[in-house]
Design a protein around this ligand. Sequence first.
Ligand code: 4NP
Length: 151
Amino acid sequence: MKTRILMVCLGNICRSPLAEGLLKSKLDPNKFEVDSAGTGSWHIGSLPDSRSISVAQKNGIDITDQRGMQFKPAFFDVYDHIFVMDTYNYEDVINLARTEADKEKVSLILDELFPGEKVDVPDPYNDSLRGFDNVFEMLDEAITKLAERLK
Ligand code: 4NP
């Protein structure tokens, strides 16, 4: 059976699509399924933000097959690990957990680099393209470690 991993941010158009694309690029698709979702409903069915698409493309990753989904409690039954981008996402997802086992599936993605320090991936939505480059670099570093740990 495949290990299923979900990346979560607020809109599911900037950060978590990059996290999904990065993790997919580093894991065997026969062994792992990777998806992403947002805690908000604004971008259900949407393509990732064009700035995330460009930054990914520049780094050899195509994320244009992704479409926005909203996180729902049933996802706790589907996914083995849920990685959130920031502490707001963490609170939102934990508030939808039904059991302790659900809660244990949730962690901050930057815990891979800074365990227990509650470091956020900054929301680049209102930022320039540079903000997206910065987010990509941070996620690449964290997700390289995560992929090594999961393999
Ligand atoms: P994301 O960024 O959570 O990294 O996808 C955002 C995208 C859209 C909105 C907020 C954050 N929004 O309010 O529409």
